[in-house]
Design a protein around this ligand. Structure first.
Ligand SMILES: Cc1cc2nc3c(=O)[nH]c(=O)nc-3n(C[C@H](O)[C@H](O)[C@H](O)COP(=O)(O)OP(=O)(O)OC[C@H]3O[C@@H](n4cnc5c(N)ncnc54)[C@H](O)[C@@H]3O)c2cc1C
Length: 469
């Protein structure tokens, strides 16, 4: 079957749906092809057996996430502030410390008031010194063309672990950067898997200091994609098609032909591919992608990430003056965060098995892994944390149409070689468009890549680029 439309959008995640919405609003006929039998990709909610709605993928919005906030307004979805009232728990080398949060992330030790942690002053000084050195590096990074950063090549060949070790051997000093690699918003990688240039770039374009975990969507962020689909379908019934894995895109001067695994062909003037970078490798392009682009994709793995959601009868930690923010060196959970609304129900602690742990702990028998997770929840929040009503695990690396989470990273040396070549002279940070095929997906956004905000910006940009073709 051959169908004729203006544009095909590959992937019905937030980015693809936003791109489709823009194109449809400008009067174009769009077809969205989605491999899964659901929409939303990494933006998806579920209702737990005890009736709590939780986000299995992304959940937070940030102080400067204006596009995401505006979209929610348009969709009439409400938000509430993340619960940071009260003290958090810092777990370090077997010691549990209840401590207040700092006013500013960049003056904190991973959100905490450093002086309140009762840590040796020489270790704190080393930690603050390393954070200052990293902040200076972040300020020097070229956000659009990271390969133009002073000393880029050297910084791109040095892993985060090597760079921190060059500065200090004190484990506490290394913790903040290790943590940013694993569970910072661009995370999911280990400090030996990416370069210090890559980590500095993630903070230049998506700064933790701008509080990206400031608020949540009432009823779950996962409501957004189905609402976007409803609006698209109202304008053009049947325009979003599920179970349609795109396997090939060919193009000539007249337009593109997009083929799906089940043998359907869609002809259009142009296409937007809004899938995570590595999944682009599963699509056969004719003419083929430039070699540098393919090499870049081969060096752009998705992070290791399983999301854990523990649902409780009540937010018992709040009753003890605690805010649910737990950070430390526990064997399973680097982070826990209260994700419930101000009124307390549902009471939810969100946490992650991040980086290598997503896979090593993911390979353990389920009962053993559950025991480790519960033991860490108890270490942070006391015995009541060991008895959640529901304990949900969402292993993102096991999802073939995501491949991991939160987002992709690049292996050392990639920014200054293949990424530079794939972007072309004037471009960056993402690869250049491929003729009539434009790229979307959060990973190609110049700002907030890896986040909802970046997914929206990338979708908008791709739609604008297509209209110029
Ligand atoms: C556990 C977790 C926590 C996160 N936390 C946050 C957070 O708190 N705040 C935040 O802002 N962001 C967060 N994120 C990131 C956020 O979810 C993503 O940045 C965003 O949802 C990405 O949207 P996207 O459309 O770019 O990609 P995706 O959501 O990955 O969408 C891509 C779509 O393409 C489809 N697809 C892939 N290949 C093909 C193919 N060949 N043919 C057809 N379809 C295909 C996929 O099935 C998918 O639906 C989190 C993500 C995860 C997983």
């Amino acid at each position: 079957m051959l169908t004729a439309i203006d544009a095909v959008v590959v992937g019905a995640g937030l980015s693809g749906l936003v791109a489709a919405r823009h194109l449809q609003r400008s009067g174009q006929r769009v077809r969205v092809l989605e491999a899964r039998t659901r929409v939303g990709g990494r933006m998806v909610s579920m209702t737990t057996p005890h009736g709590a709605v939780v986000d299995l993928g992304g959940q937070w919005g940030g102080v400067s996430h204006r596009r995401f906030a505006a979209l929610l307004d348009e969709l009439a979805l409400a938000t509430y502030p993340s619960h940071y009232l009260g003290q958090g728990v810092f777990h370090w080398q077997g010691r549990r410390v209840v401590a207040p949060l700092a006013d500013r992330f960049d003056q904190s030790l991973l959100f905490f008031e450093p002086e309140a942690l009762g840590l040796p002053s020489d270790e704190l000084a080393a930690s603050q010194g390393l954070q200052r050195a990293f902040a200076e590096l972040v300020a020097r990074v070229d956000p659009v063309q990271p390969w133009l950063t002073p000393d880029a090549q050297q910084l791109d060949r040095l892993t985060v672990a090597q760079w921190t070790q060059q500065h200090t051997a004190i484990p506490l000093a290394q913790l903040p950067l290790d943590w940013l690699c694993r569970v910072g918003g661009s995370g999911g990688f280990e400090p030996w898997e990416a370069s210090i240039l890559h980590l500095a770039w993630t903070q230049a374009v998506a700064p933790q200091a701008e509080s990206p975990e400031a608020w949540l969507v009432r009823g779950g962020a996962g409501q957004v994609p189905p609402l976007l689909v409803d609006a698209l379908e109202a304008g053009d019934p049947g325009c979003v098609q599920l179970g349609q894995a795109v396997v090939a895109i060919s193009q000539n001067a007249a337009g593109v032909t997009v083929a799906t695994a089940n043998g359907r062909l869609h002809q259009a003037r142009a296409a937007i591919v809004a899938v995570p970078p590595q999944l682009r490798l599963g699509i056969s392009f004719d003419p083929p992608l430039p070699a540098a682009h393919r090499a870049l994709l081969q060096r752009s793995p998705m992070g290791g990430m399983a999301k854990i959601l523990a649902v409780y009868e009540r937010p018992f930690w709040r009753e003890q003056g605690l805010n649910g923010l737990g950070i430390g060196d526990r064997p399973a959970l680097d982070l826990t965060a209260d994700s419930g609304p101000p009124e307390g129900a549902p009471a939810v602690l969100a946490s992650f098995l991040a980086g290598e742990r997503a896979l090593t702990l993911g390979a353990l028998p389920a009962a053993e892994r559950r025991q480790m997770i519960l033991s860490d929840l108890v270490a942070y929040w006391g015995p009541e944390a060991g008895e959640p009503l529901d304990l949900i695990e969402q292993p993102w690396n096991a999802e073939p149409w995501s491949g991991g989470a939160f987002t992709s990273f690049v292996s050392p040396g990639t920014w200054t070689s293949h990424a530079r070549l794939a972007a072309g002279e004037q471009g960056g940070p993402g690869p250049a468009a491929h003729g009539r095929v434009a790229w979307a997906g959060t990973e190609v956004s110049p700002r907030w890549p890896g986040y909802f905000e970046g997914a929206i910006e990338a979708g908008e940009r791709a739609a604008a680029a297509l209209q110029k073709l």
